[in-house]
Design a protein around this ligand. Structure first.
Ligand SMILES: *Cc1c(COP(=O)(O)O)cnc(C)c1O
Length: 226
């Protein structure tokens, strides 16, 4: 795979859209990540803490690591001092733990709240009520070592483009509501992380500011061979 070139092509497609690329390097070797890095690219996404830690240790320290996968509370401590953006916060309990580790690491950890927008029940995330409930908790205001930078969502894995578009549009509407109606130092609503290799074009049309692209850059993943 010519990863460096694939990223250049994506950046061309994204230029002028207001949308940035996170290259999802999960299951892929460091050599491929370095190939992209040497081309000047720095935003990479992983979905497992263990892989994120190992890659962070082995690779250049100015890489911006995005944690895009479901996060277990007891593992937050391993990434708290370096993670650039946590995309998949889906509970107040998890947010509290991230805040606690942020205190220890003496930094404010940028987070996105993950909203469940797909029809599949297997995808993680808050529903609309849970999202607003979380934002309105008094404890939310007390968490000085996190900041919510926006929302993240994954659309249904389907050929039905209208359904995907409807789901992204719904996420954008929640983003706009939060942005317009809530004032809090804990909220800095700038990012809408939606769109992957199969549906990023629709996501960009619907207002994504971050697309998370894996296989279209790094090639298909082979989980069995891991
Ligand atoms: C794997 C993954 C991606 C990238 O998926 P591709 O279809 O390979 O582009 C994006 N977001 C999340 C949360 C993922 O786990």
């Amino acid at each position: 795979m010519d990863v460096k070139n694939n990223i250049k092509e994506f950046e061309k497609k994204l230029s002028g859209t207001g949308c940035r690329l996170v290259a999802v390097s999960k299951t892929k070797p460091n050599a491929l990540i370095l190939n992209a890095y040497e081309g000047g690219f720095k935003d990479f996404g992983e979905n497992k803490i263990q892989d994120l830690v190992v890659k962070h240790e082995a690779l250049p320290k100015d890489i911006r690591w995005h944690m895009i996968g479901h996060l277990q509370r007891n593992k937050v401590k391993y990434i708290a001092d370096f993670v650039y953006l946590i995309h998949a916060v889906d509970s107040l309990k998890l947010l509290k733990e991230i805040n606690k580790q942020g205190v220890k690491a003496d930094r404010i950890i940028p987070c996105l709240l993950q909203v469940h927008i797909a029809s599949e029940s297997t995808k993680f995330g808050l529903n609309e009520d849970e999202l607003f409930y979380l934002i309105e908790r008094p404890e939310f205001e007390e968490m000085h070592n996190i900041q919510i930078k926006g929302l993240m969502g994954m659309a249904t894995n389907t050929m039905d483009k209208n359904q995907v578009r409807t789901e992204f549009r719904y996420l954008k509407s929640l983003f706009d509501r939060l942005k317009d109606a809530y004032r809090s130092p804990r909220l800095d609503m700038k990012e809408l992380s939606m769109g992957m290799s199969g549906d990023y074009e629709i996501a960009i049309e619907e207002g994504a500011t971050i697309v998370r692209i894996g296989s279209a850059i790094f090639g298909e993943r082979n989980y069995q061979a891991r």
